[in-house]
Ligand binder design. Structure first.
Ligand SMILES: [Fe+2]
Length: 131
């Protein structure tokens, strides 16, 4: 059984899938079950590198930055996307990123509380602590 917005990775080909609508079936890629990506939290943060998205309120919305210390955005190690999810999981906004870009998402909205996630190509999926 899957749940909305869970992410799964194929450990053979690297495909990553997000569940849009949940179902009873198992997600399979390259003839084997896909691995559910764990949402890492602040408590699991490694020393010297920061992954947990930080949400700041702006005059007309929010800004999400990756980490209180800037995360690398190199060809071999970078943030693949940042996404913002409403607490009721009805709205999702995702920004895909590429190496050498700043890992920031600016969103105009009247939202006062959101969930933010980011995916590091090496260290996996991270979620904001104030959900
Ligand atoms: Fe990382």
């Amino acid at each position: 059984m899957t749940e909305r917005l869970e992410m799964y990775k194929c450990n053979v080909c690297g495909n990553i899938a997000e569940v849009i609508i949940s179902g009873k079936g198992e997600l399979v890629c390259c003839s084997q079950p896909m691995e559910k990506l764990k949402e890492h939290t602040n408590a699991e943060e490694m020393a010297g590198e920061k992954h947990v998205p930080v949400v700041e309120t702006t005059q007309d919305g929010i800004t999400v930055r990756v980490g209180s210390v800037a995360h690398p955005m190199e060809n071999e190690h970078y943030i693949m996307f940042i996404e913002v999810i409403s607490p009721d999981k009805r709205y999702v906004k995702r920004k895909y990123l590429y190496p050498h870009e700043e890992p920031v998402l600016n969103l105009k909205c009247s939202c006062d509380k959101v969930i933010a996630r980011e995916l590091c190509n090496i260290h996996g999926l991270w979620i904001s602590s104030d959900k």
